[in-house]
Design a protein around this ligand. Structure first.
Ligand code: ASP
Ligand code: MG
Length: 425
């Protein structure tokens, strides 16, 4: 017996039938004697549909009203889930993020949680009720405006509430059986991981694995919240995300060297051609980019051509920010005196992640051999202690991921990974 936070993603509450199924599952947990706090996402593709609607009435997709609009999706699912539970004889009460005490800063669209004051949730739980909270939203401490936490933010709501309520576990329910060694939609032989360390999950999430919101993992690591990622469509044990040192009962096998392969097709590459190769120029370029509040990922600089004393600098950033990066840099072209700008949105990033690579030689060699065997050219390379990433052409991403998955012995022997629902939109 304990306190369990359960988060149900959009595909788990996609329609009335799913909502009833989820309600039953929540009731079972409550009947087993646990206190239950549930966090829900918007039904199915509701958030995307709200964004499409917004586009039809305004070119400005940000600010107070935009956030207010997007939070509506989660309010629909929270009340429906509560109604379904109550009709089954349970006692459920729904709360908006603001009512649940999720306090954020005031940056619309990507607000950060600054504190959680779950007094009303605690009181309802004390009365034996099941609390259902709208994910992905909070309220600004200073302006009292409603904010959203960024796409996928319900995971972060769940972990933040689990930390604030002192939950024993934060269960994240999704449409696959857990965290896989690669996206099962791309690699049918992907295998479910029984456990992943916070560090590995952080690298996977930052490298494009969409299973958990990056900030939810940061939050969980900071507040030691164990996460159990599992399917709402099956009873299978999922993937535990927790500290590497933590011993799990009955576990004897040594941690694998490699956790998995992640890919990301949401970035574009900007190349600044013919940059004078002298101190201060890269600083000017990236100051310009930073002042425009553009967030970049990878950076490479070529060796400068001896004859001209010039070099090329490339960097990647979210494809949606590409146009702004180009216009921003065009403005400083006369001052920096570079020759040209290139924009390329046909790229993908492929990353290999594993805490064991720190202490195992040869991982980088196998990595590049595997890519070369399938004719994939690495255009940019970046590494951390536990990750190797390359940028390649977008149309070979599947080959690259599959080749690495096989080369590192990650292919599952048994059946194919099951994707239970969702449109992958
Ligand atoms: N409904 C929001 C989204 O689609 C938040 C979430 O699902 O976590 O991004
Ligand atoms: Mg999600």
């Amino acid at each position: 017996m304990g306190l369990i936070v359960q988060k149900y993603g959009g595909s788990s509450v996609a329609d009335a039938e799913s909502i009833k199924r989820v309600a039953k599952r929540i009731m079972e947990t409550r009947r087993a004697g646990h206190e239950v706090c549930v966090v829900v996402s918007a039904m199915g593709d509701t958030t995307d549909e709200l964004i499409d609607l917004a586009k039809q009435v305004s070119p400005i997709l940000e600010g107070r009203e935009y956030d207010m609009l997007l939070t509506a999706g989660e309010r629909i699912s929270m009340s429906l889930v509560a109604m379904a539970i109550n009709s089954m004889g349970g006692d459920a009460r729904s709360f908006t993020g603001s009512q649940a005490g999720v306090i954020t800063d005031q940056s619309f669209n990507k607000a950060r949680i600054t504190s959680v004051t779950p007094g009303r949730l605690r009181a309802a739980l004390d009365e034996g009720a099941i609390t259902i909270v709208a994910g992905f939203q909070g309220v600004s401490e200073t302006t009292k405006d409603i904010t959203t936490l960024g796409r996928g933010g319900s995971d972060t709501t769940a972990v933040a509430l689990a930390a604030a309520l002192g939950a024993d576990v934060c269960e994240i329910y999704t449409d696959v059986d857990g965290v896989f060694s690669a996206d099962p939609r791309l690699v049918p032989k992907a295998r479910k991981l029984n456990r992943v360390a916070y560090e590995e999950m952080l690298e996977l999430a930052a490298s494009g694995a969409k299973i958990l919101h990056l900030r939810s993992v940061e939050y969980a690591r900071r507040f030691h919240v164990p996460i159990h990622v599992r399917s709402s469509f099956s009873q299978h044990e999922g993937t535990w995300v927790r500290a590497k040192e933590e011993k799990v009962e009955g576990e004897t096998v040594e941690q694998a060297i490699i956790a998995g392969v992640a890919h990301d097709t949401s970035e574009a590459k900007v190349t600044v051609v013919g940059v004078p190769d002298k101190p201060g120029v890269a600083a000017q370029i990236f100051r310009t980019i930073a002042d425009a509040e553009l967030n970049i990922d990878m950076v490479v600089q070529n060796i400068s051509a001896a004859a001209t004393g010039r070099t090329d600098i490339s960097f990647t950033l979210p494809v949606g920010d590409g146009r702004r990066a180009i216009t921003t840099l065009q403005k400083v072209q006369p001052m920096i005196a570079f020759e040209a700008l290139l924009f390329d949105d046909q790229i993908a990033k492929v990353s290999l992640v594993g805490a064991g690579m720190k202490s195992h030689p040869g991982v980088t060699a196998v990595f590049f051999e595997a890519l070369s065997n399938v004719g994939v050219n690495a255009e940019m390379i970046s590494t951390s202690e536990i990750r190797i990433s390359v940028v390649c052409r977008a149309d070979v991403v599947k080959d690259a991921v599959a080749a690495l998955h096989t080369a590192f012995g990650l292919d599952a022997e048994g059946g194919e990974a099951v994707v239970y629902g969702g449109t992958g939109r």
